[in-house]
Ligand binder design. Structure first.
Ligand code: ZN
Length: 884
């Protein structure tokens, strides 16, 4: 491990910037290996900080300084300024405002970290969040320094006919007898430098326009690889719907004359909300029925909306410092989830979001990387773009709405926009708006932002028939997390229903006479009792309706209670939850039996209850598809919690799938038929729901492993008329192994080898196959001509999917799965630390494994830790993973 331990940055050390930069004039002359950046900054001491006598510290990395001038005078190295590999210090800047000019050179071709300005596949593109701008020019690279920008870009006409930056276009022209050209952009809205963007390259584009609620016309453009324009229409359509929705739901209107989206192939993240110029990973823009699955259509709609919504929650109001990242991300994820719920089915959206939260955020909270939604320290900020900040952050906003009510919530949002427009704000300032509009004290609620870990609610309900009352007892347990052993009780809103024998909700009346009309009880202490009165029969408790808080819940419930809720709960989320809890419970029992060498006969009652649910035609197909998806193997591992044996889980999962498929054979066959494709493809939610249900049925049928089921999957694959069905069948056949696997993979490869996005599905299908030769295959595929270790999408498709979606082969007891990923992490860390560090997160639950696997995983982690010249990113994660 490196000897110079990287330094942690702490929230409590926050100081306002000593200098402000009001305006930035950038002139960028693009050249593949030597781009010139001339920056003219209008600087002044910050009146809100004690800047007297402070030097001016500018961040800058991988820059070659050619010129530095202050108010027109050249500065001398050593006398006037010092320079290091992380920045530049001007020793005695003027006390008043001044102009600083620098000229630096950078090498976009050599930039494989994909932060700052880089060039790949001939396209120049930037990624500045969190700290990429310092790789473009010297600057005070922090979110609370906001500037207006005027940007001139110059480039070779052939190489980069399209030149884009933030804001509105001002001017363009040719130079050098038409060999070069330039474009000037102006962004009048002050923004932090992490929102700066610039793009240059060859693109095809589609154009449209949008009329805002006040009647202004906005020109919209989506730029993609030439020839793929036809695949950009869904993104454009999603953008317009998102713009309208934000006006209707939040009263927020777009504020520039143009809004552009650019899709690029090599991108570390999903997408980036740069002001007026969103840059996307092309897999989140390009879609056609042939090439994209319904899941991709849905993801595109949601991410296009997310980045657009940032225009208000992130861009116009940004974060004071990176500790407040959830201020923009949690809030914007909440907004995009609400949008998707409105555009599609709110219940199915909620189920999908909760599944994601449990799959990604709960393990984070339970592992070595556990951190509060607002962390108090970090070594590398790029490591904190996490499920906790994003997804749990969104849950906190949702809980806030539950606590203050819809009206005060909307008023609080309006107040937040009015008060802080043009500001860099904090969580305290955000919450203060809602405290004001609701009159509620949100001090205890703030604890959610400050404490890590998933609270556990231990509940019981005792019914007293004579007194016609039920005693509901609840205890909140806050498990310790690294560095935080003692925790304060949190304010947990629990939405509750008491379901009577007739399946109807009984009135909620407390013994003090209070009626709970909104169904929400407030758990604020470690232990609390609530006595419900006037209950004429024993109720079954439906707790945490709509998943009203991101917590784990335990309550003693019989199988009969779960079957009853599956059939009757008026809260559709909880009806699904009952089915999910029942399946999880059954699977855990089967695993326990396997561990003892017994054969468990569990599952028949669950299968019958499931059958009753899926026969219910009143439930929409997308919802029934969710019912049919068993908990994932990772869900079961999380439920078991310790001494996890992934082979047992895999076998239990198969066993229950087979039992369900056999028990419900007739219903499933009928459903498969009735959900078959009719008419032309449409990506809308209703049609997608039918395909989802048909594919969920096929998944179960294939688990029986009978020749006729495999033949059905082959037919499904060969006759597919859209990528949803084709990819789904490919995954099933790749998992089945044998000749059908090889044939399907070959056919898919021949058909799609020229499509760099679709071919990722071919890599993924092989990476997640539970067949025993998967490690060897994945290793061999890392040298396949279509694989590229410097392209994050390829790494995620092959290595990322293997590490996170293939629990049985990644966690092989011989450790070869762990070793394979460790090698990749070390190789990638040499040029792209951010992607390497993300990949490393797949080991986060290693302590929950049984001893043989635990030892093997530790060995792989130790190997990473011993790597020479680890990046700050990988260092921080691996050291926390190994920390005892
Ligand atoms: Zn975001």
């Amino acid at each position: 491990m490196r000897t110079d331990t990287p330094r942690a940055i702490r929230l409590k050390d926050y100081r306002p910037p000593a200098f402000l930069i009001d305006h930035v004039d950038l002139d960028v002359a693009l050249e593949p290996a030597r781009t010139r950046v001339r920056a003219r900054l209008t600087v002044r001491p910050n009146p809100g900080a004690a800047a007297d006598m402070e030097p001016l510290r500018l961040d800058g990395e991988h820059l070659e300084l050619d010129l530095i001038r202050l108010d027109g005078k050249d500065l001398r190295l050593g006398t006037d300024y010092d320079i290091s590999d992380v920045g530049l210090t001007i020793k005695a800047p003027p006390r008043g405002a001044f102009r600083l000019e620098t000229v630096t050179y950078i090498d976009p071709d050599a930039n494989k970290a994909l932060q700052g300005l880089y060039r790949s596949r001939g396209v120049y593109c930037t990624q500045c969040e969190a700290q990429g701008y310092r790789r473009i020019t010297y600057f005070v690279d922090r979110p609370d320094v906001l500037s207006t920008y005027r940007v001139r870009i110059e480039a070779d006409v052939e190489q980069a006919p399209v030149l884009l930056s933030n804001g509105n276009p001002v001017e363009r022209g040719t130079l050098d007898r038409g060999r070069r050209h330039y474009a000037i952009w102006h962004d009048p809205h002050p923004k932090p430098c992490y929102l700066f963007a610039l793009v240059g390259g060859r693109f095809g584009s589609i154009a449209s326009s949008f009329e805002t609620m006040s009647g202004r016309k906005v020109d919209l453009g989506v730029y993609v690889e030439p020839g793929l324009e036809a695949r950009a229409h869904w993104a454009m359509d999603s953008l317009k719907r998102a713009m309208r929705w934000d006006e209707q739901r939040f009263g927020r209107e777009y504020d520039l004359d143009v809004f552009n989206i650019v899709a690029v192939s090599d991108f570390n993240l999903g997408a980036m909300e740069n002001k007026g110029l969103n840059i996307f990973n092309d897999r989140l823009i390009l879609a056609s029925p042939d090439t994209a699955t319904d899941m991709m259509f849905e993801a595109i709609e949601s991410v296009v909306a997310h980045e657009y919504f940032h225009n208000w929650t992130g861009n116009r109001i940004t974060c004071r410092d990176w500790f407040q990242l959830c201020l923009k991300e949690g809030l914007t994820v909440f907004r995009d989830q609400e949008f998707s719920g409105d555009e599609r089915s709110a219940t199915v959206q909620r189920i999908t979001d909760v599944r994601q939260l449990r799959a990604h955020q709960f393990p984070e909270d339970a592992g070595p990387m556990a951190h509060p939604v607002r962390p108090s320290s970090y070594i590398e900020i790029n490591n904190f773009y996490t499920a906790t900040v994003y997804e749990k952050g969104a849950e906190l906003v949702r809980m806030l709405r539950t606590l203050v009510g819809a009206t005060a919530f909307r008023a609080g949002m309006d107040l937040y926009f009015t008060r802080h427009d043009g500001d860099a704000a904090t969580i305290e300032q955000f919450l203060d708006c809602f405290a004001l509009t609701s009159g509620r004290d949100l001090t205890q609620f703030m604890t959610w932002y400050e404490q890590a870990g998933t609270p556990q609610l231990v509940c019981s309900l005792a019914y007293d028939a004579r007194a016609r009352r039920a005693e509901f007892a609840v205890e909140q347990v806050l498990p310790p997390t690294p560095g935080e052993t003692r925790k304060r009780p949190q304010h947990i809103p629990v939405k509750i229903g008491l379901v009577g024998p007739d399946g109807r909700d009984m009135p909620l009346r407390l013994d003090n006479g209070e009626a709970i009309d909104d169904g929400v009880i407030h758990v604020t202490r470690r232990r609390q009792h609530f006595t419900f009165t006037g209950l004429t029969a024993r109720p079954v408790a439906s707790l945490l309706r709509g998943f009203s808080a991101p917590v784990n819940l335990t309550i003693d419930r019989t199988d009969r209670d779960l079957e009853f809720l599956m059939a009757n709960d008026s809260d559709l989320f909880n009806r699904w939850q009952a089915a999910n809890s029942y399946a999880t419970r059954t699977l855990v029992q089967i695993v326990a039996a396997l561990k003892e060498g017994r054969r468990s006969s569990r599952g028949a009652a669950y299968a019958r209850a499931l059958g009753a649910s899926i026969r219910d035609d009143k439930l929409e197909p997308a919802y029934r598809a969710e019912l049919l998806k068993l908990p994932t193997q990772s869900d079961i591992a999380r439920e078991i919690g310790r001494d996890v044996d992934t082979d047992h889980i895999h076998r239990a999962h198969r066993q229950l799938s087979r039992l369900v498929a056999t028990t419900l054979a007739a219903e499933l066959a009928q459903l498969y038929k009735s959900m078959s494709n009719k008419g032309a493809f449409s990506p809308d939610a209703k049609s997608a729901g039918r395909r989802a249900l048909r594919n969920a049925v096929l998944t179960l049928l294939v688990q029986r492993g009978e020749p006729k089921d495999i033949a059905l999957a082959v037919k499904h694959f060969e006759s597919a008329t859209n990528m949803t069905d084709e990819a789904h069948a490919l995954f099933l056949l790749a998992a089945a192994g044998g000749r059908v696997r090889d044939a399907a993979l070959e056919r898919f490869y021949e058909r799609w080898r020229h499509d760099h996005l679709v071919i990722d599905t071919w890599f993924a299908a092989q990476a997640i196959s539970p067949q025993s030769d998967t490690v060897d295959r994945v290793r061999a595929l890392t040298t396949h001509p279509l694989f590229s270790i410097t392209t994050p999408n390829k790494v995620r498709a092959l290595v990322g999917n293997f590490a996170t979606m293939n629990p049985v082969q990644f966690n092989r007891p011989d450790g070869t799965g762990y070793q394979l990923v460790a090698e990749q992490v070390l190789a990638i860390d040499r040029f792209n630390p951010q992607v390497a560090a993300r990949l490393l997160n797949c080991y986060r639950s290693w302590r929950a494994l049984e001893p043989t696997r635990r030892r093997a995983a530790r060995k792989a982690l130790a190997r990473v830790a011993a790597g020479p010249h680890l990046s700050r990113d990988v260092y921080e994660i691996v050291s926390r993973m190994l920390d005892t």
